[in-house]
Design a protein. Structure first.
Length: 93
């Protein structure tokens, strides 16, 4: 059952943010940096500007709908499950 806060947050999402969020939640084994905009745009069949993808990643994280983690010299975004897997892998290194 969704929480009220989740419903309110999702209503405020743009169509692009919804596509990005849906993809990340459906693929808990993938993370993306904002530099991976073109790759993620291709995966979600986004024909517009790829710069909106990077903005969507930052906006979704700010709204608490996805996670982020520093790894190496990059910041990666993904579903909470994917970010937790990345954190576990990082600890093992």
């Amino acid at each position: 059952m969704p929480k009220i806060s989740e419903l309110v947050e999702k209503e405020a999402l743009s169509p692009l943010q919804m596509k990005v969020l849906r993809y990340l939640n459906d693929h808990p084994d993938e993370v993306f940096s904002y530099r991976d905009e073109a790759e993620l745009a291709q995966k979600i069949n986004h024909d517009g500007s790829v710069h909106g993808i990077g903005f969507s990643l930052w906006a979704l994280e700010k709204k608490g709908l996805i996670g982020k983690e520093n790894y190496g010299r990059r910041v990666y975004f993904g579903s909470f499950q994917a970010i937790n897997k990345l954190k576990e892998a990082k600890k093992k290194r």
